[in-house]
Design a binder for this molecule. Structure first.
Ligand code: C2E
Ligand code: CA
Ligand code: CA
Length: 644
């Protein structure tokens, strides 16, 4: 007997890996069951009510059963428990039908509903719950009937098949047997018909899809890092066999973060998809392309003898980015930096090859981006050198090797020095002068920039005090503030303390921040900047034009000055009219926002005159003066020169 019961109730064995797909099937089943429920609601409201005029009862009691389940679908779809609720609801309808004096129809519903639950879910538990519900309603109604209770003002004396418990039990037994037979039928169906095959196919398809997902990037559908590693192994063993070379080409988009921060992730995502397509169209078909994260792509190229043979391919890649891309209504100018490592010349380990390509890519970025670089052992040395620099910074700081230099800013109208930008220099005892472009990014990575930043604030305010004491009281000295300082230091507090300590007028101090700082920490940046502004310190937007900030955006921030990035100033002297047009656009943008405009990196007379004639306010650049030490700056002030 136990064996038979086990056999009938045995749950069809589902492989554990197919669980996800099963969940999906159940969502489909849930929908069918909900449809059946709604159908019953219609039947309860209209068809069965015609004779006895019980529309209202049918409609409202039907709603009580159907609506909660429709509501729960959103939260519980695919859940095991949801099926149980559906089973209960299905059976509750028979209560409604009975109440509408249609007991006979109700009898047949057990069969119909049992069949529905079993075939859709291939699960016996909801069926047992359905049976239990049926039995319960028989017991309760029988009880009510014995005491002649009425429900919603309708007499419960509606059974036309008896009123004793013996009849109820008999009825229940009958229902259970019916369900057992149904269960058996469904089991046979599962085991022996094509139905199971088709669902097995669905399971297989889903598994294939899952496998695809696990090996591909969902955004671009390119192979992901895991997949790439597997494929490189194959490429490598082939190369080993045939003593061939292959190259790892590491490509990273320039300033992609700006797009993401400014225009949002939607545009960023769309851009990455476009980039994936560009890559596919720019390399030969047998090139392996993969997105390994963010805006980083790796390509694997085989079949070449000398690394110079790769250059046309690489140039082709770089070129394909050097045009305007139209994405969701935005015209974006993009470029990429590429690093290349080669098997077996650079290394025979995949891990090292990847690392080396990455190092080479950083070199390309350091060289001004929109560029490529092959890995070399010298580069490796340079990286080690950088590690040394990082380790040496602390010592240098206490040995007073850091100094502030001042690059004069000239007012176009008065033709006089009206201030300076304070720029850090590291005079290393052994290595000579190290430029900020080398150590500032490293200091930002390690957090040491917080010490340097405080040092700059203290030194620049002391210098202002000194300039004042010498009679130069109207200078504005601006300092550079890095992202990191914005994020997690007491920037405001440090500024206030130094200003108070040196008893200087806060108007004499300015901070230079890049657009990305504002864009990245919008809310926080706004609060901090407003505080600093209230203090009286002026705010300059550095490298303006490289960060995609919009007009409406700029209006929100308490800005005093736009500093036009050197790259735009460079373009003033080009053949291409568009460079001049862009500078003019920025200048008129500044005017319309009531901001002062500073041009930095002005090196020639031609640039100066163009800027002067088009309404730029302040000039900073080698044309007038390079950054210089404090004493030299004071000497220059004493000259009281006219600049033109
Ligand atoms: P930046 O803020 O854009 O500074 C302007 C850079 O352009 C300076 O380079 C300056 O020397 C250089 N420059 C000025 N005029 C000309 C010109 O006519 N031609 C050319 N070719 N270059 C010109 P520098 O001093 O090497 O500083 C590089 C970057 O390092 C700065 O770019 C700034 O981002 C960062 N930096 C410098 N000092 C500090 C500092 O105290 N704190 C922070 N956070 N960053 C600093
Ligand atoms: Ca600056
Ligand atoms: Ca700048």
């Amino acid at each position: 007997m136990k064996k038979i019961v086990n056999y009938i109730f045995a749950y069809p064995k589902i492989p554990s890996y197919a669980e996800i797909s099963f969940k999906l099937f159940h969502i489909e089943s849930d929908r069918v069951m909900l449809l059946l429920l709604a159908l019953q609601w219609v039947v309860a409201t209209f068809i069965t009510s015609i004779k006895y005029d019980t529309y209202y009862y049918g409609f409202f009691s039907g709603a009580l059963v159907v609506l909660p389940l429709l509501y729960l679908y959103k939260y519980l779809k695919g859940e095991k428990y949801y099926r149980y609720f559906i089973a209960v609801a299905m059976m509750l309808f028979s209560v409604i039908f009975i109440q509408q004096y249609l007991g006979r129809i109700e009898m047949h519903f057990h069969v119909f509903i049992g069949m529905a639950i079993l075939t859709l879910y291939k699960d016996v538990v909801p069926l047992i719950i359905a049976a239990a519900t049926t039995i319960m309603h028989h017991l309760i109604f029988n009880y009510l009937q014995l005491y002649e209770v009425s429900l919603f003002d309708m007499p419960v004396m509606v059974f036309n098949y008896g009123c004793g418990f013996d009849i109820v039990i008999l009825h229940a037994v009958f229902v259970i047997i019916e369900l057992f037979v149904l269960g058996y039928m469904v089991r046979l169906q599962i085991e022996h018909t094509i139905n199971i095959n088709s669902s097995q196919n669905q399971v297989n398809e889903l598994n294939k899809e899952l496998e695809h997902i696990s090996l591909h990037d969902t955004l671009t559908d390119l192979p992901n890092r895991l997949n790439l590693n597997q494929k490189i192994k194959t490429v490598m063993s082939n190369a080993e066999k045939n003593s061939n070379k292959f190259a790892i080409i590491f490509l990273d988009l320039d300033h992609f973060k700006n797009v993401n921060d400014t225009l949002g992730h939607d545009i960023g995502d769309a851009l990455l998809q476009t980039v994936a397509n560009i890559l596919k169209n720019s390399v030969s078909e047998d090139t392996l392309i993969s997105r390994i994260g963010g805006d980083e792509f790796i390509m694997v190229v085989s079949d070449f003898n000398d690394q110079n043979e790769l250059i046309p391919t690489i140039n082709n890649l770089l070129n394909s980015f050097r045009k305007d891309l139209f994405i969701k209504g935005y015209s974006l100018r993009l470029s990429a930096s590429i690093g290349v490592s080669i098997y077996p010349d650079d290394s025979q380990s995949i891990k090292d090859l990847m690392k080396y390509a990455d190092i080479a890519m950083y070199k390309a970025k350091g060289d001004g981006r929109d560029n490529f670089s092959f890995f070399t052992q010298e580069l490796n040395k340079k990286i080690h050198n950088e590690v040394d620099i990082v380790n040496d910074m602390q010592r240098a700081f206490y040995d007073n090797e850091f100094k502030l230099y001042y690059q004069p800013k000239i007012d176009i109208k008065s033709k006089k020095i009206i201030g300076a930008e304070a720029l850090l220099r590291w005079h290393h005892k052994q290595k000579g002068t190290i430029g900020p472009n080398l150590f500032i990014p490293l200091a930002e990575n390690t957090g040491f920039i917080l010490n340097l930043g405080k040092f700059v604030i203290q030194n620049s305010t002391q210098a202002i005090k000194k300039f004042n004491s010498l009679g130069y009281k109207n200078l504005n000295i601006s300092i550079n503030v890095s992202t990191r300082q914005f994020q997690n230091s007491n920037l405001y507090q440090d500024l206030k303390e130094s200003i108070d300590d040196n008893k200087i007028d806060p108007v004499q101090l300015g901070i230079e921040i890049t657009e990305s700082v504002m864009l990245k920490y919008v809310d926080n940046a706004l609060i901090v900047l407003n505080e600093i502004k209230k203090l009286g310190v002026s705010i300059h937007i550095d490298d303006f034009g490289t960060g995609y900030s919009s007009l409406s955006y700029l209006k929100k921030f308490p800005i005093d000055t736009l500093k036009i990035d050197k790259s735009f100033v460079d373009d003033i002297i080009g053949k291409d009219e568009s460079g001049r047009l862009l500078v003019n656009t920025i200048l008129s943008m500044g005017k319309s926002l009531n901001l002062k405009t500073v041009a930095e990196g002005v090196e020639t007379k031609e640039q100066y005159e163009f800027l002067r004639d088009n309404g730029c306010n302040i000039i900073q650049g080698y044309y007038f003066a390079k950054p210089m030490c404090e004493d030299d700056f004071i000497a220059l002030l004493k000259e009281d020169k006219i600049y033109s």
